[in-house]
Design a protein around this ligand. Structure first.
Ligand SMILES: Nc1ncnc2c1ncn2[C@@H]1O[C@@H]2COP(=O)(O)O[C@H]2[C@H]1O
Length: 937
């Protein structure tokens, strides 16, 4: 129970937050000791600001000026204490405050009989003696309350107070919450003509340096809001809620809240004390009506001062927050990115104009839940609570059946540790039909059509103008200039087409990652979108465990294996290697026969044998053997998928492709050798986790390569490091400088081309160059469902041959899905297991889960494969198969797709289920091929 009330009066309290925090400390000090504390703030400047701590006391003793102790130094402090103690009725109960400088003369708490100044004693005395009469704090006008508090409570506690202060969340710039100090405007609505309560409130307003206005009816009150749009709105409105028959306070509050821009006005309801103290007094109806606070009727101007100051602070803070939100939503509305904000349950709270424009959902009629509009990796990352992420997002449009895929950046806003909002910002890039994408020429063109006019702002214009002054011109600049010039005098439909083309050209990502709007793209397919999202995104979204470590102890390890290779070549192995150029090559049998060293054996057979790489590189076979061995040794045998069997498989596919007429005639032996080298080494030292994992785990490789193309950069770099490090493995040692440069360039380019984030870029370039336009529009370069018409005239240009080589290794890299079913299924098992291990590790290490759908407990393997074939394989294999005349690539992919679909429809989901179903199928229809893959149980 509180024993009494203490009130403070002070000058200009609350002027700054630091001082406020001091008062908070004072309050806490007394609260803790069982006192109700009231502050009275007085703006009147006085020579001496007297802070009185006063409560109802039996014996009251005035401490007058003469009794007031001024303490100037430590010595004096003791003196002062003794002076005080000399007084019969006053003792010092708190730490006397002593300040050596001139600012503070002393802060003293007195009570009648408490002689000691230790806190415990103080507490005891204050509790025991409700007769405590009067505390007096004497300070000079220049006093800093902060200093007083520091003196009383010590530095440590002060620090606490600072920390506890409610700073804006770090993601809201403090400057945005700036609220200019304004004199208070108070509006009192009291039906009674001479209400004393109203008068006290008005007096208090004047004391706080503000202005008050009293009105008697709701109508007059509303006039203050409606009539004069130029006049300032009151900050605080005090409404008499004691006489419902004379004034319907709730109705007035509701009406005020219905008026625009009144969110930050603080509404105070004055209620009868008798009603307030009743058990059944209900606060909620007031809050629901729009009141912020309830004040018990009082005629104390002091009490009103406190109330009004609190209300003013609340109003200022609310106004600053509303202003900040309005500014940020206006900014979002004016940007070209698509912005959507949801709550933590993925309910849409806000969409910006670009969102509405591009997706066609009106704010008032669109889906309320994000999942109705949005799919893909972004959605899952958002649901995972990750703070900041980047991932592709699939967006459903109102008028079009097919979703569009856009890159998306997102953030989870967490206040008080739990997520409150999630922000999605999707870059329109080149996507969309008819909508104005980033940098739309339409939106930025100003009359003239030269390049300068393309600039959207002063800065860009300046830099473009500078660029124009230089003898530099990128082809894209020329193209945009030409296209822009072509709009002059053109019919509107042509202008519209050209503007759209220019919009697309103006993005830096001309090819990726815009997928064609294929009906097969199903936003509702979470596993596929998870997989595709992860494959297409890089960067942060795991430190390698020992099973996945890299990288420099490699040469030593290679020594032991090198000598093993020849004598393990058995008759069976030789027989198998004779079939190395078959698309049904038994890769898993090779893995088994070579005891996990398929690459060196197959490499020797293909590179050394069939393609005679040694002759091309002018190296001996032994060096090639050593090279293959060291490369193989640097694959991680513990990886289920990214091990040297995968490398051997890709090598085999590349060799197979190279045998096709188109490539045989197109590629030089050196290019073929480079392709085989790249294939063999393309995933060297793969840790079994994705680049995104490494970024999230802040792995040294991610640091080294700045989160960009981490793994592929590492594969390429390590290949050369190992090769050049030791003459015994250096297959390039006899090449002249130029030839070496060419091979190196080719190898690096092909390894980097296996990076999946650039998948669509490589595919689109290939299709654009080698396939003539069909009847339909192929402007996005991806509509290869149109009858393809292969046009190989472009092969005469060396830069287009590069596209072929990239496509070749890319297709080989994921060719597992285009292999006969038994191989494809085993590869699917292996990759799924590797993904699951990554997810396990991410969870164990509390890292962001890159592909949450690849959780062994829940993942449907058939669906993941259906998605992979739908989104990644089919289009690419169709383009490549037609180019090299290898229809079986597409046929196998389609057959596998059909089988995965059957399994899915039969409810097969987990790896074990898949295995069981495959066994049953094998029993019912034994495979034609002799060897089964060596799938582990
Ligand atoms: N059958 C498959 N199912 C799902 N993903 C695959 C499959 N084959 C290859 N991939 C993915 O495609 C990626 C190609 O590049 P990587 O070898 O680095 O990693 C590969 C896997 O992440």
């Amino acid at each position: 129970m509180k024993s009494s009330t203490v009130s403070f009066a002070a000058e200009n309290v609350g002027v700054n937050t630091k001082e406020l925090s001091c008062w908070t400390k004072f309050k806490r000090f007394f609260d803790d000791r069982g006192f109700d504390l009231e502050f009275e703030y007085d703006n009147v400047r006085a020579l001496h600001t007297v802070v009185e701590i006063q409560h109802n006391a039996k014996s009251y003793r005035q401490i007058d000026e003469t009794n007031k102790v001024k303490v100037e130094s430590e010595t004096n402090r003791r003196v002062s204490k003794s002076v005080v103690k000399k007084d019969d009725e006053v003792g010092c109960v708190s730490k006397p405050v002593v300040k050596k400088d001139d600012e503070v003369t002393g802060v003293h708490f007195y009570e009648q009989l408490a002689p000691k100044s230790d806190d415990a004693k103080v507490e005891n005395d204050l509790r025991k003696r409700p007769s405590l009469t009067r505390h007096r704090v004497s300070v000079r006008p220049s006093i800093s309350l902060t200093k007083i508090a520091e003196e009383i409570f010590g530095d440590t506690e002060m620090d606490d107070v600072e920390e506890n202060r409610s700073l804006p969340p770090s993601n809201i710039p403090a400057a945005l919450l700036y609220s200019p100090p304004e004199p208070l405007e108070l509006l009192c609505v009291f039906p009674e003509r001479a209400s004393r309560v109203c008068a006290a409130a008005c007096t208090a307003a004047a004391r706080t340096g503000g202005e008050a206005r009293a009105v008697r009816s709701a109508r007059e009150a509303l006039d203050a809001f409606r009539r004069d749009p130029d006049s300032r709105l009151p900050h605080v409105v005090v409404v008499d809620a004691r006489q419902p028959q004379a004034l319907d306070a709730s109705l007035l509050a509701r009406t005020i809240r219905g008026i625009k821009n009144t969110q930050h006005v603080v509404l105070v309801a004055v209620v009868k004390k008798s009603a307030y103290l009743k058990d059944d007094f209900a606060v909620l109806p007031y809050l629901e009506a729009g009141f912020n606070r309830i004040m018990v009727e009082t005629v104390s101007a002091t009490a009103w001062c406190a109330e009004i100051l609190q209300a003013r602070a609340a109003a200022a803070s609310a106004r600053a927050q509303v202003g900040a939100v309005a500014a940020l939503s206006a900014a979002a509305d004016r940007c070209r990115d698509l912005v959507v904000v949801t709550d933590d349950q993925q309910r849409i709270l806000f969409t910006n104009k670009s969102w509405t424009r591009m997706l066609g959902w009106r704010t008032d009629e669109g889906p309320r839940s994000l999942t109705e509009t949005v799919g893909g990796e972004a959605l899952r990352l958002a649901a995972s609570g990750a703070r900041d992420w980047e991932a592709p997002v699939l967006l459903r449009r109102r008028a079009a059946p097919d979703p569009i895929l856009l890159p998306c950046r997102g953030s989870t806003i967490a206040l008080a540790r739990s997520a409150s909002h999630v922000v999605f910002v999707c870059e329109p890039g080149t996507a969309g039909d008819g909508e104005r994408a980033r940098g739309s020429l339409h939106s930025i063109r100003r009359g003239s059509l030269d390049v300068r006019s393309v600039a959207s702002d002063g800065l860009r214009r300046t830099s473009l103008a500078k660029l124009q002054g230089l003898p530099l011109e990128a082809p894209i600049t020329k193209v945009i200039s030409l296209l822009s010039a072509a709009t002059e005098g053109a019919p509107p439909s042509t202008v519209a087409c050209i503007e759209r083309a220019v919009d697309m050209l103006r993005t830096s990502e001309l090819y990726s990652p815009q997928m064609k709007e294929d009906p097969r793209l199903r936003a509702e397919d979470p596993i596929a979108t998870d997989l595709i999202g992860a494959l297409l995104s890089q960067g942060p979204t795991n430190v390698l465990s020992s099973r996945r470590s890299s990288n420099d102890s490699t040469i030593v390890r290679s020594q032991t294996n090198r000598t093993n290779i020849k004598h393990k070549t058995s008759g069976q192995l030789r027989e198998l290697l004779d079939t190395a150029l078959s698309w049904e090559f038994e890769i898993f049998r090779l893995e088994e026969l070579t005891r996990g060293r398929p690459l060196a054996h197959l490499g020797l057979a293909l590179m050394g044998g069939r393609f005679d790489v040694c002759a091309t590189l002018e190296c001996d076979e032994r060096t090639l053997l050593h090279w293959l061995t060291i490369i193989e040794t640097n694959y991680h045998a513990v990886n289920t998928y990214h091990n040297s069997t995968h490398a051997a498989d890709v090598l085999q596919a590349v060799a197979y492709f190279l045998e096709k007429d188109r490539l045989k005639t197109l590629l030089e032996p050196l290019e073929a050798a480079a392709a085989l080298i790249a294939a063999a080494a393309h995933d060297i030292d793969h840790p079994g986790t994705s680049s995104a994992f490494l970024c999230n785990a802040r792995h040294p490789l991610a640091i080294l390569y700045n989160d960009v193309c981490v793994l592929e950069s590492h594969h390429a770099a390590l290949t050369f490091k190992l090769t050049l490090n030791d003459d015994r493995v250096n297959i390039f040692k006899n090449l002249d400088r130029e030839t070496y440069k060419t091979v190196r360039h080719n190898v690096i380019d092909m390894i980097l081309a296996t990076e999946m984030t650039k998948h669509f870029e490589h595919l689109a370039k290939f299709v654009n160059v080698f396939y003539a336009k069909g009847n339909g529009s192929k402007e996005d370069g991806m509509q290869i469902d149109e009858p393809l018409s292969l046009d190989t005239t472009a092969l005469s240009l060396p830069e287009n041959v590069i596209l072929v080589k990239r496509m070749m290794i890319k297709c080989a890299d994921v060719s597992n899905a285009s292999r006969p079913q038994k191989f494809a299924f085993e590869w699917a098992r292996r990759i799924a297991e590797e993904y699951f291990l990554q997810t396990d590790e991410e969870k164990a290490r509390e890292l962001p889960v890159v592909m949450p759908m690849f959780d062994r407990a829940t993942c449907s393997v058939p669906r993941s494969q259906i998605g992979f074939i739908d989104y990644i394989i089919i289009d690419m294999m169709e383009a490549w198969a037609a180019f090299i005349d290898m229809p079986e690539l597409v046929n196998h992919a389609r057959n596998n797709h059909t089988r995965w679909r059957e399994l899915d429809e039969a409810g097969v989901s987990s790896l074990a289920d898949v295995k069981r179903a495959q066994r049953q199928q094998a029993i019912q229809a034994p495979p034609t091929s002799t060897t089964e893959p060596t799938a582990e149980e």
